[in-house]
Design a binder for this molecule. Structure first.
Ligand code: HAM
Length: 440
């Protein structure tokens, strides 16, 4: 039997209702902050990710789905392409390609969709997973470097999580400095690593030379005691980065978003400068980050674009949905059930044609009702009434409408409330209104 590929999965109804709910809520909340949607391709040139996410990261060095795309004609050159492992690089590429800097405005963009990383699959970690990503990017004159952009983005995230009913998260905040203070910090790291580097894993030994900041991202348990004693980036921030970080914190306090400082957090991508953050949640287990993000003030330039500082985040939608599903299953937060109920697509009415020739009548009635915004599931004239009513209950229809010869003649139909069992006869012209009335 052919099965879904390891690390990928099918999302089936009714679970998809939860996915639609979190996506619709994201669109609603993002609109309040004046974000607009962008959609970029699922694959890009490999170089894009190598140059932005960084050659030394796990994502680029181990986890990308990359292939050599053959030219169609003998004269066409092949090119190396990669399934996107994240969204930021593609969005910044699009920003540069379409010269959005020229608008002189902040671009506030969001995107939702699948990302691909060849990680070891486990709970909360997939090879195809979904992100809800948002980015704010623009020329400095538009205010793109301002700490208020950072704080607004974090406050938006807090509002979003509150809106969908997720509580108990922790915002972990750090500043990873900038092109000005990073070299001094790298030097300090190299110096501190010099005596212990022989005891560390192979990746760390290489990274200590090529990109020492990456050492902080090492997950090998034996290396952790050494990593814990390394100097902290926060002690090496230059004056402007220090002030920026302080301003972000002051604004967060002003808008009432709680946070903790995590000076070890470097994030798994190389483009970050200054503010870096993750929202973690205890219900997630080992893969505890619901979302992550940060500032990337030099990314556009490193891809050959104009100076266009930016900041963004990506929510791991799989993890978000799993928290909600667990809260829902445990009966916590009844508001969730109410809020996402409409996404379950419960039909308003099940039409039960009764007897030969009634499929035609039921089809006509169904069409009329649907034009009046009534969601209808159609039975079949070959079903006995008992089977029709059982089916109607199984699909959680609110009403069954019986379409038999007598009903058609009288132009009035038996309408059965499936929750109460109550049955009334309703003239055709009133049927839609009657079905559409809110439940008591
Ligand atoms: P990231 O931390 O690599 O950041 O991913 C963001 C979130 O995606 C993670 O916190 C996690 O919830 C989810 N995620 C990552 N990998 C997996 C996986 N294999 N399975 C399930 N969920 C996963 C970025 O991707 C940056 N582009 C975020 C960003 C946007 N920074 C600035 N702008």
């Amino acid at each position: 039997m052919i099965k879904a590929v390891r690390g990928t999965r099918d999302l089936l109804p009714p679970d998809t209702a939860l996915w639609n709910f979190v996506e619709a809520a994201a669109r609603d909340v993002f609109r309040l902050y004046n974000f607009r949607e962008i959609r970029t391709p699922i694959f890009e040139q490999t170089q894009l990710f190598a140059r932005s996410v960084g050659e030394e990261t796990d994502i680029v060095s181990k986890e990308m789905y990359t292939w050599e795309d053959r030219g169609r004609a003998a004269s066409d050159k092949g090119e190396s392409l990669t399934l996107r492992p994240e969204a930021t690089a593609g969005i910044v590429r699009a920003y540069i390609e379409h010269d959005l800097n020229r608008t002189g405005l902040l671009q506030k963009l969001y995107m939702m969709g699948p990302m691909f990383r060849r990680e070891r699959p486990q709970k909360g970690r997939y090879r195809q997973f979904f992100q809800i990503d948002a980015e704010v990017i623009g020329p400095p004159a538009a205010g793109s470097e301002s700490p208020s952009v950072d704080a607004e983005l974090l406050e938006m995230l807090a509002q979003y999580l509150e809106r969908i009913g997720i509580t108990g998260w922790t915002l972990e905040l750090n500043s990873v400095g900038c092109a000005n203070d990073r070299p001094k910090y790298n030097e300090a790291l190299r110096a501190a690593l010099a005596k212990d580097i022989d005891k560390m894993c192979e990746d760390c030994r290489r990274r200590a030379v090529t990109n020492p900041l990456r050492v902080l991202d090492c997950k090998v348990p034996e290396d952790q005691p050494i990593i814990e004693k390394l100097p902290r980036m926060l002690d090496y921030l230059d004056e402007s980065c220090r002030q920026h970080f302080q301003a972000v914190q002051d604004l967060l306090a002003a808008v009432g978003v709680p946070y903790v400082i995590n000076s070890r957090m470097v994030r798994g991508l190389d483009y970050y400068t200054r503010t870096a953050f993750e929202f973690t949640h205890g219900a997630l287990g080992a893969q505890n980050a619901i979302l992550g993000g940060g500032r990337y003030d030099g990314l556009s330039e490193s891809l050959g674009g104009p100076k266009a500082p930016g900041i963004g985040f990506a929510i791991g939608e799989d993890r978000l949905v799993s928290i909600l599903a667990a809260q829902f299953a445990q009966g916590q937060n009844p508001q969730i059930a109410e809020d996402f109920g409409p996404f379950l697509n419960r039909p308003d009415a099940y039409l039960a044609p009764l007897g030969t020739g009634m499929n035609r009548e039921a089809a006509k009635l169904a069409s009329e009702l649907r034009k009046q915004a009534i969601a209808v599931e159609l039975g079949d004239e070959s079903f006995r009434l008992k089977k029709s009513l059982e089916t109607a209950s199984k699909i959680y229809a609110r009403y069954a409408v019986i379409v038999g010869e007598n009903e058609v003649k009288a132009d009035a139909f038996a309408l059965k409330n499936l929750a109460t069992g109550e049955q009334v006869t309703v003239p055709r012209a009133e049927l839609a209104r009657r079905i559409g009335l809110p439940e008591k």
